[in-house]
Design a protein around this ligand. Structure first.
Ligand SMILES: [Zn+2]
Length: 438
């Protein structure tokens, strides 16, 4: 070995050990400094620093010493919130089945979530017990987004009319068994799109939900005098069950006088949960605006993301949240309904907050002021003056989305031959990887 090589090895060793020492000196991997933290579970809405270590929230405090962190990011002027939780999406893509939510009508989650601050989604019933494990293998296990699921009471899931109208394929026991087999992923039972006059889909879903001890989410399908909304929310659903598409107006959510159907107030009193589920066909200003004025606010805000909604009035989770800002809801109330409330509804109380020890799923949001427009399912616009934009998203403490490079160094201050600039301690996008394939 030449002496030059020996010297190079010694120098490399010294540099590496210095790097690992200096890394070890800092107890936090990442520090978000100076942002306005909104953490409704912990009743925080104030300027706070957020320190992250090993993928968890390590500390939230008025001042955290930057020298204690390996990486410091200035987020002053932005809101820092728990990663958003969207409990109504359709993400069982990739089967190749046309006209099916267990196929082409669904989207892959990662392209829609992180850029809107969303870190957890719940698929709303694309798969039933017959195809849930295919969904898991195909999408859930391969996504960076945390994907949970309502299992459809229809064994074949949301594959279109001939499957979804088949009462014989709505079996409580195998549905509950599959839910219990995947307790970590299946957080509820869905019934949707039913066109007949029978109560069977709702009753079987509730039966499965009771067996598996999970809530039911209802898309109440075609309106029928034989099974009125009032009976659904005041008798059929249990406290904790979720009525989605609250502002669709398709099933007497609004009565003749323009008021909210009194049954919804009664259902709310009983503990039934009301969710937005905007989608391509489930949100109208003429329903939502009067309901909000009357005080019938949603418990949770959700998108109903799928190919029919993704480029329509509904844009993404932040767009649906913006619509509630435009109707006068405060930023704090909007964040509550997009984080802690939905996490509680699906009984995932470890999510949707920034408590010490919680998984560090975090959104950094900018509130823009200007002239904006927000469009409903029929193409009607409501003007607004505020809009949320996602600057930065962390999943398990690592950057997965950074719109304006607020975590990044300026290129002209780097060495001429600069390579990957991040570090795996805080960066999931461009961490330095010695053996990275070109
Ligand atoms: Zn849906």
């Amino acid at each position: 070995m030449t002496s030059i090589m020996q010297r190079a090895i010694v120098v490399t060793f010294i540099v590496l050990s210095w790097m690992s020492q200096s890394a070890a000196q800092q107890k936090y991997d990442l520090l978000l400094k100076g942002g306005h933290v909104i953490d409704p579970k912990n009743k925080i809405s104030a300027v706070r620093d957020v320190a992250i270590a090993n993928g968890k929230v390590a500390a939230v405090a008025a001042k955290i010493d930057p020298s204690e962190a390996f990486k410091v990011v200035d987020v002053s002027g932005y809101y820092v919130t728990p990663g958003l939780v969207d409990i109504h999406v359709h993400v069982y893509a990739g089967t190749g089945e046309r006209g099916s939510y267990a196929g082409d009508n669904s989207v892959y989650p990662d392209g829609f979530t992180f850029r809107a601050g969303v870190t957890t989604v719940a698929d709303a019933g694309c798969a039933g017990w017959r195809n849930f494990e295919d969904f898991k293998e195909r999408v859930i296990d391969r996504s960076k987004t945390r994907v949970l699921a309502f299992i459809n009471i229809v064994g074949n899931g949301m594959r279109g009319g001939k499957f979804e109208q088949d009462l014989a394929d709505m079996e409580a026991r195998p549905t509950a068994e599959m839910a219990l087999r995947h307790k970590d992923l299946i957080i509820g039972v869905k019934t949707a799109h039913y066109a007949g006059p029978e109560w069977t889909p709702v009753e079987r879903a509730v039966e499965a939900g009771t067996l598996a001890n999970i809530p039911v989410m209802v898309d109440f399908g075609i309106n029928h005098a034989e099974r009125p909304l009032s009976e659904l929310v005041t008798r059929k659903l249990r406290p904790g069950d979720i009525y989605t598409h609250l502002y669709s107006g398709l099933r007497n959510e609004q009565v003749e006088s323009g008021k909210v159907n009194p049954a919804l107030w009664e259902g709310r009193k009983r503990g039934v949960i009301f969710d937005v589920g905007h989608g391509g066909g489930s949100f109208l200003w003429r329903i939502a605006v009067p309901a909000m004025k009357e005080g019938f606010v949603p418990d949770s805000i959700s998108t109903d993301l799928h190919i029919g909604s993704m480029n329509a009035g509904m844009k993404d989770m932040l767009n649906v949240m913006d619509k509630f800002l435009a109707m006068g809801m405060s930023v704090d109330e909007v964040i509550l309904r997009s984080t802690w409330n939905p996490a509680r509804e699906i009984k995932r109380e470890e999510l949707g907050h920034l408590s010490q020890g919680a998984v560090a799923d975090v959104a950094v949001l900018r509130l823009e002021k200007g002239a904006f427009g927000f469009v409903d399912m029929n193409g009607a616009r409501l003007r607004g003056t505020q809009k949320l934009t996602c600057e930065l998203t962390l999943r398990e403490g690592k950057v997965v989305y950074d719109l304006n490079g607020i975590t990044r160094p300026d290129w002209d201050k780097l060495p001429r031959d600069y390579k990957q600039t991040g570090d795996a301690r805080w960066d999931a996008v461009t961490p330095a990887r010695p053996n990275r394939n070109p």
